[in-house]
Design a protein around this ligand. Structure first.
Ligand SMILES: [Zn+2]
Length: 314
């Protein structure tokens, strides 16, 4: 039996059920909620709870919330949303892409101490513990500042045993660099999940990542630049290679976010692109996989086995 940290306390991995491994209940920037709540729209909590209740009714049991402190993580909001919706939520520690200039000269161990505290003691003095660690790099590759964070995340992982999720830029194969650094830190790559892996259709690269031992977050749906169908064909190729239990489909969806006036990203436009919310994978992607010939046995365990294996360190 493996127990992980959810925002409502310890959770047995047997209870994870249908799990979306990379989502955001609320995502903005550090301090947005206490200072500029109007940017996040009206009736925030009601909107979040309604959205999560729909997911729960549709069969989603657990989500991993990938919102770090710099993305505006609010641990009390996550706990209340989980309590009221019935969806298990796992919160994360670590850092996203924009490492602040004030971190200049900070050592990996200094950051690792902070991340470790969020896993072992709790976040913001609440006692609510992070269940996953996150580091991020994008099309610039691993910048020197991000390397410090990545090493810190690797060290916090080694101290706590909590697994690692990596925001990555798969079209540039940035994962190779990230894994190299974690290997230097002595991290077993079976405890690592390479996220945004379905932003590429390069099956050879993705299979290479899987061969290194890590899990893949096929976690952008519907996503941009690569069509949803192309994403699903890529996933089908990996399933055919025997990797169904090491891939984690998800959406990278933001329920509450900074409301922009730009009509390209209005609520209406978001709804037009994905009227299914957190059920897009279940209702659209799984149907595509069935039509491509993937068996029901595999489809029905796709968001179950991968997440559970990842948390259990299989
Ligand atoms: Zn995300």
């Amino acid at each position: 039996m493996t127990t992980i940290n959810s925002v409502l306390g310890p959770l047995d991995t047997a209870e994870l059920g249908f799990t979306l491994m990379h989502e955001h209940v609320m995502c903005g920037f550090a301090g947005v909620l206490p200072n500029y709540p109007e940017l996040l729209g009206d009736n925030m909590m009601e909107v979040a709870v309604d959205d999560l209740k729909k997911a729960k009714a549709g069969g989603v049991d657990t989500i991993v919330d990938a919102t770090t402190l710099d993305l505006g993580r609010d641990i009390n909001l996550l706990a209340e949303a989980s309590r009221r919706s019935g969806v298990n939520i796992v919160a994360c520690s670590g850092w996203w892409l924009d490492v602040p200039p004030f971190f200049a000269g900070i050592a990996p161990d200094q950051l690792a101490d902070l991340f470790t505290r969020e896993v072992e003691e709790g976040i913001s003095g609440t006692g609510i513990k992070a269940g996953i660690l996150k580091s991020a790099s994008d099309l610039m590759g691993v910048t020197p500042e991000q390397e410090v964070v990545l090493r810190a995340v690797g060290r916090a992982h080694l101290r706590t045993g909590v697994p690692v999720m990596l925001h990555s830029y798969s079209p540039g194969q940035v994962g190779k660099q990230q894994l190299e650094i974690l290997k230097e830190e002595g991290v077993d790559l079976r405890r690592v999940k390479m996220d945004h892996s379905n932003d590429t259709t390069d099956v050879e690269y993705l299979a290479w990542l899987l061969e290194q031992g890590c899990y893949l977050g096929m976690d952008r749906y519907p996503g941009r630049n690569v069509s949803p169908l192309a994403r699903t064909k890529t996933m089908k190729a990996l399933i055919d290679m025997g990797y169904a239990d090491r891939i984690c489909p998800s959406h990278d969806r933001l329920v509450l976010r900074v409301m922009a006036d730009n009509p390209m990203i209005s609520e209406e436009e978001r709804l037009r692109i994905n009227p299914h919310g957190f059920l897009y994978v279940k209702e659209v992607v799984f149907q595509q996989l069935r039509e491509m010939g993937v068996s029901e046995d595999i489809v029905s365990t796709l968001c179950v086995n991968g997440p559970r294996n990842f948390f259990e360190g299989v």
